[in-house]
Ligand binder design. Structure first.
Ligand code: CP
Length: 313
């Protein structure tokens, strides 16, 4: 299919064909990353600004490396050292970056809708690198890429997302991506963090962790988003671990080929046992590796690339 979007703001508005175009293009870029010379000139002469107003390790660094691999000029905006600290607005900040010829702005912000907001007045392309509890589209794309790479398909798989769903942008983007690609999605966690209203997105909601994990092909664990919770949503972390954590005892209930995923950062000993996080069944670092290829694909497509066939040129 022909890709004709100049922004990537969410997964909700993407078709399954568009999602698959990103995944196919990312597969071609992963092959590029296995060559001796890992760079291609697709974004030569373009400027990519990483406008991260919230902390990030994986997303910011992989967008930076992805832009470098595509031969773009890359600016990493530091919120702490910027005039945001003097009261300059996000809109004025972004318009100043555009005045300096930014072609693509990758934004992470604590406010839901921040990326959509920028896209309404900028000529530059906008990529959402996580906006509040709304969406984190490239995380869902790299998760889908990892699942397809490991399982050969997504359609028909049972995907369980376990943890703090309510405050998670990763959960929302994954629910959209997995349901659009034909997976059966189950959500599980404390009832305060997994409201039944999520069933309207086409998921099953259960508070019984055994039921949630026993037939799962994929367990995607989420951390507790303390930074977004405004009140205590469960009694204690110890209680959370005993009721919903992926412990060694629960590991033995999984299908032998079930994969364990987590977007990171992980809280060892809370949502996941430390040894499980480091085990062969854990996809956590593969997800990070695949994030580079997926973000190269997104930058390439947003800049006018037309899918996997144009990658090698
Ligand atoms: N998964 C993820 O978004 O991690 P970072 O916050 O480190 O970017």
């Amino acid at each position: 299919m022909v890709w004709n979007r100049s922004h990537l703001l969410d997964i909700e508005s993407l078709s399954s064909e568009e999602i698959l175009t990103v995944l196919d293009t990312a597969r071609a870029f992963k092959a590029v990353g296995e060559r001796v010379i890992k760079k291609v000139p697709a974004l030569r002469g373009k400027t990519v600004v990483n406008l991260f107003i919230e902390p990030s390790t994986r997303t910011r660094i992989s967008f930076e490396l992805a832009a470098q691999r595509l031969t773009a000029d890359v600016i990493n905006f530091s919120a702490e050292a910027s005039s945001l600290k003097k009261g300059e607005t996000l809109k004025d900040t972004a318009r100043n970056l555009e005045a300096l010829n930014a072609d693509i702005i990758v934004i992470r912000h604590s406010a839901s809708g921040a990326a959509h907001f920028l896209s309404r007045f900028l000529k530059a392309s906008v990529i959402n690198a996580g906006d509040g509890a709304h969406e984190h589209p490239t995380q869902a794309l790299l998760d889908a890429f990892t699942i397809r790479e490991m399982k050969g398909k997504i359609e028909g798989l049972n995907v369980t997302i376990l943890g703090d769903i309510l405050y998670s942008r990763v959960a929302r983007s994954n629910i959209w991506a997995m349901t659009k690609l034909g997976a059966n999605v189950t959500l599980c966690g404390p009832s305060t963090l997994v409201p039944k209203v999520f069933e309207k997105m086409g998921c099953r909601v259960t508070y019984n962790v055994n039921e949630a994990i026993e037939n799962a092909d994929i367990i995607n664990l989420l951390r507790i988003q303390h930074e977004r919770q405004r009140k205590t949503m469960f009694p204690s972390l110890n209680e959370y671990t005993s009721l919903f954590g992926l412990t060694q005892a629960r590991l033995s209930q999984l299908k032998p080929d079930a994969l364990i995923m987590h977007p990171g950062p992980i809280n060892r000993g809370v949502e996941i046992d430390s040894d499980i996080a480091d085990s062969k069944r854990s996809m956590i670092l593969s997800q990070v590796t695949n994030g580079l290829a997926v973000r190269m694909a997104v930058l390439f497509l947003i800049n006018g690339g037309q899918g996997p066939h144009g990658v090698a040129a």
